[in-house]
Ligand binder design. Structure first.
Ligand code: ADP
Length: 380
């Protein structure tokens, strides 16, 4: 990516890792190709394949000036992006217990990329960093304090890179300095989160110690009664691992509908009269409305509400269903803008009499590229 302009020069995706169907797809202006990786390929093998792929693009390869790595969990150690050294690697490793699915994979990516590009600076950009500004009263759970002091159990928040990007974009659209903006940003994809931003800084967010708390998501439950896991274990023969799998993989839109975790599919089924698909969408929107209302209480006078992520950027139906329930709080959509600002477009979708509401196409890769560029000392 060109870090100055955000232009994507080459884009790739390694999928189905650890499965026989592991594959790599990549595209640029002139190519769009997919080819199989060795069966059961892991992150290291996928990155090796990406490195070989770059050999086919020597001009691009020689123009690289830094490698940016998305790291899911930075714990309390990182409130901003950093150049990676042994201490940083150690800190990411220590945080792996809190993000066992992500941080070890991120570390495998870092070490493989460092091997492939030993001459380049490597930069870690943390999904949690944007939320290190949360005040203590927002990140502490109502639990014995020693769990925080001895085991770092607190709210961390995730998707920070996306919330950072869209909040800065919203400030631009408002024509205001970010430091003067009170915003609510809703990132609605397969994972969903919402953030309250006061004077440009995150003051609360819905994802918590893990990416399970908060909004209803594709397959994740979001908020539930904390007694439910022990009820399931004691009375319904679940094991702890059954509960974790159920809450992360079989709940949310998929669990309620029994149809799909995919919002497009649910919208289509609901339109054909499937009551369970409609119920899943209703629960999704209702939870979102509740969070928006509660965040309006804490941001102070709101400058804008922002939708992003696959659902937030594209689903005119979900945006409409949510905003209709917030009419009494000064929010209303322009029907035509809501139907137009989709599929990669960004802009205002509010009615002229409403507080500003934006749909903004997120670009986490650009934030990572910019931070890598700046920390590599390349910016002028
Ligand atoms: P991830 O969190 O995996 O990055 P995305 O941000 O791509 O996911 O969001 C995926 C979600 O966006 C899916 O539920 C998908 O159905 C939804 N989505 C994408 N396009 C549309 C659309 N046109 N209308 C409704 N939902 C959409």
């Amino acid at each position: 990516m060109n870090a100055k302009t955000g232009e994507t020069l080459l884009k790739g995706l390694a999928e189905n890792l650890f499965l026989p169907t592991a594959s790599l797809s990549y595209s640029n202006e002139s190519t769009n190709e997919q080819y199989p990786l060795a069966s059961q390929s892991d992150h290291t093998q996928a990155l090796d394949a990406i490195t070989q792929l770059l050999d086919k693009h020597p001009m691009l390869k020689t123009s690289l000036i830094a490698v940016g790595h998305r790291v899911v969990h930075g714990g309390e150690s990182f409130s901003e992006s950093v150049l990676i050294d042994d201490l940083v690697i150690d800190a990411i490793d220590k945080t792996s217990l809190m993000a066992p699915l992500h941080n070890p994979a991120n570390l495998a990516g870092i070490t493989t990329a460092q091997r492939a590009f030993p001459h380049l600076p490597h930069v870690a950009v943390f999904d949690t960093a944007f939320f290190q500004t949360l005040p203590k009263h927002a990140y502490m759970y109502g639990l014995p304090k020693r769990l925080y002091k001895e085991h770092s159990i607190r709210k961390y928040g995730f998707h920070g890179t996306s919330h950072y990007f869209v909040s800065h974009r919203a400030a631009k659209l408002l024509g205001k300095a970010i430091e003067t903006c009170n915003l609510i940003t809703a990132h609605l994809g397969n994972g969903c989160s919402i953030s309250a931003i006061k004077n440009g800084k995150a003051i609360d967010t819905s994802l918590g110690f893990t990416p399970l708390e908060g909004l209803v998501m594709g397959t994740r439950s979001g908020d539930i009664d904390p007694s439910l896991p022990s009820y399931l274990i004691e009375h319904l023969n679940y094991t702890a691992s059954d509960v974790t799998t159920m809450l992360n993989k079989a709940s949310g839109l998929l669990g309620i509908s029994g149809v799909s975790n995919d919002c497009r599919e649910l919208e289509a089924q609901a339109a054909c009269g499937d009551a369970n698909a409609q119920l899943a969408l209703d629960v999704f929107c209702y939870r979102l409305v509740k969070y928006i209302g509660s965040y309006m209480a804490i941001t102070g006078p709101l400058d804008a509400l922002v939708f992003t992520g696959g659902i937030g950027e594209n689903s005119a139906l979900i945006r409409n269903q949510v905003i209709k329930q917030l009419a009494h709080m000064g929010l209303a959509l322009s029907e035509s803008a809501n139907n137009t600002i989709r599929f990669g477009k960004s802009g205002a979708i509010n009615h002229p009499n409403s507080l500003p509401i934006f749909a903004i196409a997120t670009n986490e890769e650009w934030v990572i590229a910019k931070d890598a560029y700046e920390l590599a000392g390349a910016s002028d």
